[in-house]
Design a protein around this ligand. Structure first.
Ligand code: KG4
Ligand code: ZN
Length: 334
């Protein structure tokens, strides 16, 4: 069977990334240009600055990815691009670049949903096994998704308010440890003890999550301690917060695996890089005998490798977009 090469483009937030992936599984080359140092100055992503930097960088990133890959444009079968959800100005830059390449080189254009891309980060290097349950945990999403086959997404639960990554970032800000919050909270959590009492959110029988109450509990705790003139132990607070997040995610996910009789669990999204969460699921997988896999660290946060990997399956399914494809700031996967 002929190999299929997909050129992927991702620019939904503050990473400009281009990748070439063979057969949805083998990464040929990926370039990621992160704007993290720029947005750190503002304590978070500034959409206008993000899109301006994508405009500045996109041509360089495409050129570098192709040049270093040794792959000629005529070997590329299709161009896959994130069309949403994400920051509208940022998405438009990658989308226009993808459309231009598709038009000039006469390649099919494949529209990729950003969250589907995160899930397919788990297909890089080792193929997905079905049926599976995917816990999507990112800056904008916290969802439990059942997949019986490629590209079949059934949501069985999700957050009713904040996403878990958003909560990590907010906690980091309140505790005063800077941006980006998630990795820093994760790091501190490993050096602290669980000593602050925080409630496990939505501790019920549903498969839904809620993180805004936990966020408020941390904010109130910090303010109360400050008013009493007490100094917060940042490591202990991060450890206590992470402990509650892990209990919430693990409790509901393991319950869903049992109820739906599924043996394969994957995690996806930026928060899947969290060591506390990975370790807890690995432990549970031994106790409850299910297979657990997660993407390599470099494929957890935004990258075009996952977009090209997902693009391959859409390409095989015959999904194509016209040159009128538009960016969507919010877009459902299901
Ligand atoms: O998937 P992603 O790169 O962007 C979205 O699609 O949202 O996820 C970014 C989120 C941020 O909230 C970031 O703080 C969080 O992932 N994150 C982490 C860790 N690494 C990144 N959260 C907790 N622990 C980590 N190690
Ligand atoms: Zn993402």
């Amino acid at each position: 069977m002929k190999d299929v090469y997909i050129l992927g483009i991702e620019s939904s937030c503050d990473e400009t990334s281009v990748s070439i992936v063979k057969n949805g599984c083998d990464e040929i080359n990926t370039v990621i240009l992160s704007q993290i140092d720029i947005h750190t100055l503002y304590g978070g992503v500034v959409p206008e600055i993000a899109s301006r930097n994508h405009v500045k960088d996109i041509t360089f990133v495409i050129d570098k990815c192709l040049r270093d890959s040794g792959i000629e444009m005529d070997m590329i079968d299709a161009v896959a691009v994130t069309y949403g959800p994400g920051l509208i100005g940022s998405l438009l830059v990658g989308l226009e670049a993808a459309k231009t390449i598709a038009y000039v080189y006469d390649k099919p254009l494949i529209p990729v949903h950003h969250i589907a891309g995160h899930i397919y980060a788990n297909n890089i290097g080792h193929e997905l096994k079905f049926p599976l349950l995917s816990l999507v945990i990112s800056g904008g999403h916290t969802e439990l998704i059942k997949m019986d086959d490629h590209l079949s997404f059934l949501k069985i639960g999700g957050t009713l308010d904040d996403a878990v990554g958003e909560c990590y970032d907010k906690v980091a800000r309140v505790v005063g440890i800077g941006y980006p919050g998630g990795p820093l909270v994760d790091k501190l959590a490993h050096t602290g003890n669980v000593s602050y009492h925080l409630p496990i959110p939505m501790n019920d029988d549903s498969y839904n999550f809620s993180f805004s109450g936990l966020k408020s509990a941390v904010i109130n705790l910090v303010h109360n301690e400050e008013q009493r003139g007490n100094v917060i132990n940042k490591e202990d607070l991060c450890a206590s917060f992470q402990d509650v997040v892990v209990k919430s995610l693990v409790g509901k996910t393991v319950k869903a695996l049992k109820e739906y009789n599924i043996n394969n669990l994957i995690v996806a999204g930026g928060v899947a890089a969290n060591k506390g969460i990975r370790d807890a699921f690995e432990k549970e997988s031994l106790i409850n005998e299910f297979s657990f896999s997660f993407p390599d660290m470099k494929y957890c946060t935004d990258n075009a490798t996952m977009i090209a990997a997902c693009g391959y399956f859409l390409y095989k399914k015959g999904v194509r977009a016209g040159l009128d494809l538009n960016a969507k700031s919010s877009e459902k996967l299901f």
